[in-house]
Write a protein that binds this ligand. Structure first.
Ligand SMILES: [Zn+2]
Length: 152
């Protein structure tokens, strides 16, 4: 009887726990949609499964011209080249995003608390925002999620 009761409470505990998580998970994944049908598998793994590209792999690390960085999935304008700086981390880094470009959520993966940011328009993952460096904010971006367009 004792064992039965313990299992019963365990079961209740698990269902309460998962009912908290489930709607959030569903809600979050429902906001992500593939808009650009030409996305590569690597781009999709970052955008939809929150993978990270290899540091120093993005050609955008060296992009210094005037223009804007857009979401590679939906085309939304996310960063101005004026906010870009060389953080030395190997990922395209920005001090600030354009207003309303991103939504954030707390990410506890890899055993740390990090702030993840995703496109406010299509919901795909772009990177993490850190409070380090000379600037108070560092948007650490996956270059594969961005498309650079010269300012006209
Ligand atoms: Zn987008």
């Amino acid at each position: 009887m004792k064992i039965y009761r313990r299992n019963f409470f365990k079961l209740i505990g698990i269902s309460i726990f998962s009912s908290f998580l489930l709607p959030y998970k569903l809600l979050y994944s429902a906001t992500k949609k593939i808009i650009n049908l030409d996305l590569s598998d690597k781009q999709k793994s970052i955008m939809f499964d929150e993978a990270t590209e290899r540091p120093y792999s993005s050609p955008l690390n060296h992009e210094k011209r005037n223009g804007f960085f857009h979401c590679a999935n939906c085309g939304a304008k996310l960063f101005s080249s004026k906010a870009k700086f060389d953080s030395g981390t190997g990922w395209p880094s920005f001090t600030e995003s354009l207003p309303g470009a991103f939504k954030t959520k707390i990410d506890y993966s890899l055993g740390m608390k990090r702030i993840e940011y995703h496109c406010a328009n299509c919901g795909v993952h772009h990177g993490h925002v850190f409070a380090d460096g000379l600037q108070k904010k560092r948007f650490c971006s996956n270059g594969l999620c961005l498309i650079f367009k010269l300012e006209n």
